[in-house]
Ligand binder design. Structure first.
Ligand code: ATP
Ligand code: MG
Length: 203
């Protein structure tokens, strides 16, 4: 068996990055024994409109992961103009690092969307999915969906972690309402949001 590297990928809009993302990555690293985790902020997403400019989302990711030596910023999607597709990103990484096994780390909401992404079969071939509970998807529902995806070739690892009721959507709404977000994001990110006056005028 090849003794390739084991690298995690945390893709997201990160609008903004929050403690849920960081805990998800830390649990994945610990349970799947990953050497490093690439935090990969999206560029201009075709799925989400009215997203904060890429440079500021990237800046917040950089601030949030600074203290974690095994977390790394990857600009592979952020620097691409136009739509980015996960299968293309993975193909690019695999071409550069053929011996690396990639682990694509997701919350359960993505498990239920991924079949609608472009070329899901190729995603399943190039990366193992690492999935955490989220929202109203309980473990049974996740397993059931996972079995359906497995029939299409997906290899899925289920993380053991508590459900975290944190989302970027909720954080943006809280900032807009003048509520504190200090429990939800790292202090550096809270400070950046304040300093740059982000999300106050979100509609
Ligand atoms: P938004 O509300 O804007 O969609 P989000 O909180 O879902 O933001 P994303 O950047 O969309 O954050 O998510 C990136 C990845 O992190 C996705 O795979 C998502 O499922 C996962 N994720 C985000 N928050 C959590 C959480 N609280 N628990 C588990 N996974 C999460
Ligand atoms: Mg989301």
């Amino acid at each position: 068996m090849k003794s390739g590297k084991r690298i995690g990928i945390m893709g997201g809009t990160f609008n903004p990055i929050h403690n849920g993302h960081l805990l998800l990555a830390a649990k994945a690293q610990e349970q799947v024994l990953l050497e490093r985790i690439l935090f990969m902020p999206s560029g201009n997403s075709y799925m989400k409109k009215n997203v904060l400019e890429t440079q500021k989302r990237v800046e917040m990711v950089a601030l949030a992961i600074e203290r974690y030596p095994d977390f790394e910023l990857s600009l592979i999607e952020a620097q691409k103009s136009g739509n980015t597709y996960t299968y293309e990103t993975l193909a690019c990484l695999k071409a550069a690092n053929p011996d690396t096994q990639y682990y694509f780390i997701i919350g359960a909401d993505i498990l239920f969307q991924i079949e609608q992404w472009r070329n899901p079969g190729q995603i399943f071939q190039m990366a193992v999915l690492v999935c955490a509970v989220r929202d109203d998807y309980d473990f049974d529902a996740i397993r059931k969906k996972g079995n359906i995806l497995a029939a299409s070739g997906a290899d899925i690892i289920y993380l053991n972690m508590p459900k975290l009721d944190i989302s970027s959507t909720d954080i943006r709404a809280k900032v807009k309402s003048g509520l504190t977000i200090s429990e939800l994001v790292p202090p550096e990110v809270a400070h950046y949001i304040e300093q740059e006056h982000l999300y106050y005028e979100e509609d």
